[in-house]
Write a protein that binds this ligand. Structure first.
Ligand code: HEC
Length: 179
């Protein structure tokens, strides 16, 4: 009899300990789990993919504005003849070809050439002005500038070349703003 009472006491003690331990575990997890592992998962797991995506989505395009004052517009004209003239004319009233005439492009709106059959992507930006850095981004990477445009040009990688080219475009743009 006393033996079984003893057993019951031990059993009760183990049960109590177990329940307490289990409850402590649950409470502990409630307190600790939502904060600690969550945080470390973000800090350790996520920055790399986020940065990789950002690097793909927005490759840094060096600004040309600081280079414009000393840019070589004559070199820019030669670049324009070599890189752009197969599709674009630059003279006032010049005909559009595969691409629109680019006279007065700096300071004009997107889709500035009346009668040219622009893509919906460029027409959709018709309220935006072609400033220096817009042209810089466009010429560096037309596809990255706006998806769905139809200028099949790979892009001009050299920031100095882009500055020279845009200095030339400025020289044929009577309404160009100060850089
Ligand atoms: C293979 C032909 C081709 C070449 C090469 C080309 N472009 Fe274009 N360009 C186009 C076409 C087509 C469009 C119209 C894009 C659209 O509607 O989506 C365009 C549009 C533009 C526009 C926008 C004009 C506007 O009215 O909004 C600019 C600025 C421009 N090009 C500059 C250049 C410059 C600068 C170069 C040389 C570095 C160049 N392009 C090379 C075909 C070309």
């Amino acid at each position: 009899m006393s033996n079984s009472l003893e057993m019951n006491k031990i059993f009760a003690a183990i049960l109590t300990a177990g329940v307490t331990f289990g409850a402590a575990g649950v409470i502990g997890r409630l307190i600790v789990h939502p904060t600690m592992p969550h945080h470390s998962a973000i800090q350790i797991g996520e920055p790399a993919p986020v940065q990789a995506v950002a690097a793909i989505a927005a490759p840094t395009i060096e600004p040309i504005t600081p280079l414009l004052a000393s840019a070589n517009a004559q070199n820019g004209q030669q670049l324009a003849q070599r890189q752009c003239a197969s599709c674009h004319s630059f003279n006032e009233g010049g005909r559009s070809g595969v691409g629109p005439n680019l006279h007065a492009i700096v300071g004009s709106k997107h889709a500035h050439s009346e009668g040219f059959n622009y893509s919906a992507a460029i027409r959709g930006m018709a309220s935006k002005t072609w400033g220096y850095e817009e042209l810089n981004a466009w010429i560096a990477n037309p596809r990255g500038y706006v998806a769905g445009n139809k200028m099949t040009y790979a892009g001009l990688a050299s920031v100095q070349s882009r500055a020279d080219l845009i200095a030339y475009l400025r020289s044929i743009s009577p309404n160009a703003p100060a850089p």
